[in-house]
Design a protein around this ligand. Structure first.
Ligand code: ATP
Ligand code: LTN
Length: 327
């Protein structure tokens, strides 16, 4: 099992957490788990070097605070394991230009700053992501819905390589938890909560001040009517809050609807705002404690990279051999 996340913000947000990260610790007992900070993906768009360094540490600390256990999982930084870039080159060479050009994330991100300004790195991003997965022979990849297309490409490339050069890669399946696959913007519940696209009031950060987080929930946009009922189509605002409530408590949406029959949006939002504050408060404390000991974080990341390299180098050697590279 492998997953990755880009260290592109000071804090992860509820979309990242419920859509992806929360699954990570749950898999440590039954799978060989590899969790990666995708710093090489982070430089495909504008970035600041000092910020990137700091965000890489902050992201590592948040993943541990979220329950990733460095003893049971390999927690590492992508650039520490050179085999990712080496395999990505090979995958670039078996990917069609048209195929890569159809990736919607590339189209979205490159259209924002004008296609001429988009880097070649942004274009080849999906092949690096495919390399991340295939180099560990991962069979399951927990991500949010927006990464589905990249995983489809990963499957296609694995199949194509196997077909042309002999069975080498496991063809991986995405693991997308349906209920929380898309957490929506609190202010604009028709688009996803996103660190690059959402306004500050539209996202809840994991490292947010608990009082501020509670306030954002209380001022979230809700729909006309007053019934607390899940209806994605007609009540996207309240449905999103129900999803968050359910994810935080483990209660089913149906049970929550029942609990709040006859109550107002306001009462429901106050209850949810308290749950959110109770979650982010201790989470922030755990993360800050980890960030106080950088040497320990370095030790964890170095040991994670060692575990990762051991497996990645085996796969790469096999790939090079199949390709006819002289070993
Ligand atoms: P950006 O806005 O820069 O694209 P992002 O906020 O969408 O960033 P990513 O770093 O692209 O976050 O995503 C990290 C992980 O979180 C991915 O697995 C992604 O699928 C998941 N994710 C991101 N946003 C959401 C969301 N709103 N709901 C569910 N999952 C999400
Ligand atoms: N593209 C992903 C991060 C990512 C990833 C991966 C996820 C990089 N490599 C490999 C799963 C598997 C994102 O933006 N969330």
């Amino acid at each position: 099992m492998l997953s990755g996340i880009q260290p592109t913000a000071d804090s992860f947000h509820f979309g990242n957490y419920f859509g992806a990260i929360r699954q990570w610790p749950l898999m440590q007992d039954e799978h060989d788990t590899f969790y990666m900070l995708a710093d090489m993906h982070a430089i495909t768009v504008d970035f600041d070097p000092n910020e990137l360094r700091e965000r890489t540490y902050r992201s590592a600390a948040q993943l541990i605070a979220a329950g990733v256990d460095p003893e049971r999982s390999a927690l590492f930084v992508q650039s520490h394991v050179p085999q990712h870039a080496q395999l990505a080159w090979v995958l670039n060479c078996i990917t069609g230009m048209g195929e890569a050009g159809r990736m919607t994330q590339f189209k979205d991100k490159s259209s924002k700053g004008g296609t001429d300004r988009a880097s070649v790195g942004l274009f080849t991003y999906p092949m690096l992501m495919a390399a991340d997965v295939l180099i560990y022979q991962a069979d399951r990849v927990p991500v949010g819905e927006d990464q589905r297309q990249h995983l489809e490409l990963t499957r296609d490339l694995a199949g194509r390589f196997n077909h042309r050069f002999g069975k080498t890669f496991i063809v991986p399946s995405p693991y997308i938890v349906k209920e929380t696959a898309k957490i929506l913007d609190l202010q604009d519940p028709t688009s996803k909560m996103s660190k690059s696209a959402s306004a500050p009031n539209g996202i809840i950060e994991l490292l947010e001040d608990p009082k501020k987080a509670a306030k954002k929930i209380r001022s979230a946009v809700t729909d006309s009517g007053d019934e607390i009922r899940f209806d994605q189509e007609n009540k996207p605002g309240i449905s999103n809050l129900l999803t968050i409530y359910s994810a935080l408590t483990g209660a089913s949406v149906a049970a929550i609807e029942k609990e709040y029959v006859g109550q107002q949006y306001g009462q429901f939002k106050v209850a949810l705002s308290e749950l959110v504050a109770d979650f982010v408060g201790p989470f922030g404390e755990r993360t800050n404690a980890l960030l106080d000991d950088r040497a320990e974080l370095d030790r964890i990341l170095t040991s994670g990279a060692e575990k990762a390299k051991a497996l990645a180098s085996q796969t790469l050697a096999q790939v090079y051999d199949r390709l006819g590279f002289v070993l």
